[in-house]
Design a protein around this ligand. Structure first.
Ligand code: PHE
Length: 438
């Protein structure tokens, strides 16, 4: 009965863009171009495509299909799977673990969205040309970012509290569609800058020796995982809002494909623009908050493009923070029958309590971010993978995946997920601990 009452995505495109919004985030904007630079340009695509389409998109199918079958988020879905095997209340409550991991990610994400909001306002005020390079370090990791962090939480909470169709689906559709159109315009701008094509040519020259480094493989694997939001919660919850007749393998491939497109477009803006203007593109926060303002200062019409760039970054990050908040909100609604608004308020307050202290010290922020994203989140993926493919059953998962699929996945899927996917997730956790990289 509860099945009928659950609000589902209304349109196919809205559903897809919500999923792509979850997938496409900061990893695409600030890590992907950096990895291309670090590991021999196009050469990085070899392990990355291998892991994205040969590995994590199969995990994505599993999460989508399991969510659709259970019509519940991780807390109740895993509880009902475990109820047949154990009476232990702690084990049955394991679904809270991926939810907690996501609250952790939400907390540091809102700090970064705060920075993006601040830079969007700076771009609109045309402040980049007079901005000193040290501005970022004088702002990030200080209480000055707290109001911006709270604004990020507020916007996310407002959208989530409007519900699946009127909130999440409507806003992510507009944000994602705008993102792709604007980023394409920015790519054209970057590619028509003097010498920009030399930057692209350098990226397109394969450097085969890069493939012999262990790190390239582990980074590609980590990114393929993180970018598809595979932690046994986000995509599982979106799966639980998918209409019954959704073609799961197709939706998973489209999600991964559009996510890849977003990464490539971001790289096709930053790399040629930086190359043309003789600026070091850098990685991570330094790319967004130091290199990009410099690029915009030196680029013709940089005022307009600066604002557009941070608008895109904002949309990319917000469409991810929305699902990060939706997961714990769904858990409170399903488990304790709270109203959506009350649940959104509780989780927002919790996220604020974690996020505010992260603004006091960049070292604390860095340690928190690394621990959550590199160790806890993949550990949640291992837990979910084990529960879906070993406890619930890989064959049942496959049957659910193939239910309305035009192109069905073969029988190899079940042993592949049990004996390759789950152990490799575990390898990622171990590698995260020892290498400290995603
Ligand atoms: N996929 C997002 C990114 O690439 C991160 C994310 C993780 C989003 C977990 C939702 C859930 O940045």
């Amino acid at each position: 009965m509860a099945k009928q009452r659950r609000e589902l995505f209304k349109t196919k495109i809205g559903m897809l863009l919500a999923c792509v919004g979850s997938a496409m985030g900061l990893a695409n904007i600030w890590m992907f171009p950096a990895r291309l630079g670090e590991f021999g340009g196009i050469t990085f695509l070899i392990p990355y495509l291998f892991f994205l389409f040969g590995f994590s998109s199969f995990g994505l199918m599993g999460e989508y299909a399991f969510g659709r079958k259970m019509r519940k988020g991780p807390v109740i879905a895993f509880e009902s799977v475990l109820a047949e095997k154990t009476n232990n209340p702690i084990l049955k409550g394991i679904g809270w673990f991926p939810v907690a991991a996501l609250i952790g990610i939400l907390s540091f994400y809102t700090v970064i969205i705060g920075w993006i909001l601040r830079y969007l306002v700076l771009a609109l005020a045309n402040s980049f040309p007079t901005m000193e390079e040290v501005f970022f370090s004088s702002f990030a990791g200080t209480p000055a970012n707290i109001p911006w962090t709270l604004a990020a939480i507020l916007v996310t909470a407002l959208i989530v509290s409007l519900g699946i169709q009127k909130g999440i689906e409507r806003f992510t559709t507009v944000m994602m569609a705008t993102f792709y159109v604007v980023v394409m315009i920015m790519v054209i701008r970057a590619l028509t800058l003097p010498n920009a094509l030399h930057g692209v040519a350098a990226m397109l020259t394969p450097k085969w020796e890069a493939l012999s480094h262990f790190r390239i493989w582990i980074y590609a694997l980590g990114m393929a995982f993180f970018t598809l939001s595979l932690g046994g919660a986000a995509m599982l919850v979106y799966g639980s809002y998918m209409p019954e007749e959704t073609d799961i393998p197709q939706t998973a491939c489209q999600t991964a494909g559009l996510d890849l497109l977003a990464s490539i477009l971001c790289a096709l803006f930053t790399i040629p623009a930086a190359f043309s203007l003789g600026i070091n593109p850098q990685a991570g926060a330094a790319l967004l908050f130091i290199a990009v303002p410099k690029i915009m200062t030196n680029m013709p019409a940089g005022y307009v493009f600066g604002a557009l760039f941070f608008l895109c970054a904002l949309f990319a990050a917000l469409t991810s923070s929305i699902v990060m908040l939706e997961v714990p909100v769904e858990s409170l609604i399903s488990k304790f029958s709270l109203s959506r608004k009350k649940a959104a308020l509780i989780i927002s307050l919790l996220a604020a309590c974690i996020a505010i202290p992260l603004n006091f010290d960049m070292n604390v922020f860095g340690t928190f971010t690394d621990t959550v994203a590199i160790i806890i989140f993949p550990l949640a993926a291992v837990t979910a993978g084990f529960l879906i493919f070993w406890v619930y059953g890989a064959q049942k998962a496959l049957d659910n995946i193939n239910l309305y699929a035009k192109h069905k996945i073969g029988r190899w899927y079940a042993p592949y997920m049990q004996y390759v996917f789950v152990p490799v997730c575990l390898l990622l956790v171990i590698a995260g601990i020892f290498l400290g990289g995603l």
